[in-house]
Design a binder for this molecule. Structure first.
Ligand SMILES: C[S@@+](CC[C@H](N)C(=O)[O-])C[C@H]1O[C@@H](n2cnc3c(N)ncnc32)[C@H](O)[C@@H]1O
Length: 273
């Protein structure tokens, strides 16, 4: 009875459709994207004052990279030599950027999608970087073993977000940092803050970067559209554009109208409890 009620809701059905489409895109990107052109799956970050210097091969992914740069720059410590985990690493572009530009001691990308992990393992050869298949809700790492955990645009779909936050708290060393970058409906932001507080992690910084996300989508929509037209079967163009946040789509509009906000949190595991 309850199930019937849930599946009758058009909003829930639409959400389920996009979750499934997301899994399809992440799973089959390896087959469709033979030249590894789509190694990022985030909305990007733009700022008129930011002139990030990038190597030639990274320039096409400027806005997606700038999102990673922004969250790493929000850390009160240097990443150099630290042990880092990225949860929901997707096609590995972010972990690769962090490994090459910030020299952590190690970086592990973890993702639920086996095909994405296989792609990353075969595609990248960077010292100290590895990829594992796993679930954010059950991290395959020892207690107190990591200096920094990063999560970029992955947590919004987790069925048990409190479980994820408690897993991050478990695997971080005392004093370690959690960088969370994701979007939520504006009316659920207080709930998110409460869930983070409940994890035991201390919020060091909270920033709303929705204007930077909109600006990035404005500047990057044409590239996204062209990539989708090149890689994705025509029947899936429209929903893929929506998933990619292309200008004019519902997701893009929800940022513009303020229905959704995009946030960056810097949290720290207390040294003493
Ligand atoms: C929108 S993509 C972002 C990928 C990457 N962070 C980036 O910015 O390019 C979200 C990723 O989270 C992964 N994901 C979703 N649920 C997960 C879970 N429970 N555990 C681990 N990864 C998950 C998906 O497979 C996907 O690769």
């Amino acid at each position: 009875m309850k199930l019937k009620k849930i599946t009758n809701s058009p909003r829930v059905l639409l959400g389920m459709f996009f979750t499934r489409l997301g899994h399809f895109v992440y799973s089959y990107a390896s087959r469709l994207d033979k030249d590894a052109e789509a190694i990022f799956l985030n909305y990007g970050y733009a700022d008129a004052n930011l002139k990030l210097e990038l190597r030639k091969e990274d320039a096409k992914n400027r806005y997606c990279i700038q999102l990673y740069n922004h969250i790493v720059a929000s850390l009160p410590v240097e990443l150099k030599g630290l042990d880092v985990l990225e949860v929901g690493s997707g096609r590995g572009g972010g972990a690769s950027y962090v490994a090459r530009y910030f020299n952590p001691g190690s970086i592990t990308g973890l993702d639920l999608c086996r095909k994405a992990v296989t792609f990353c393992t075969e595609h990248y050869a960077i010292k100290g970087m590895s990829f594992v298949c796993g679930n954010a809700l059950n991290l395959p790492f020892q207690n107190n073993s990591l200096d920094v955990v990063i999560g970029v645009e992955s947590s919004h779909g987790y069925p048990k977000i409190k479980r994820f936050f408690s897993e991050v708290d478990r695997v971080l060393k005392p004093g370690g940092y959690f960088l969370l970058s994701d979007f939520r409906n504006k009316n659920s932001l207080d709930l998110l803050r409460e869930q983070l507080r409940g994890s035991g992690l201390k919020t060091v910084k909270e920033e709303i970067i929705t204007p930077n996300i909109i600006k990035a989508l404005d500047l990057d929509s044409e590239r996204r559209e062209n990539l989708i037209k090149k890689l994705v079967p025509k029947v899936l163009h429209k929903p893929s554009m929506a998933l990619a946040g292309v200008k004019g789509t519902a997701v893009y509009k929800s940022f513009v109208t303020g229905k959704k906000e995009y946030l960056v949190f810097v949290l720290q595991k207390p040294l003493l409890r």
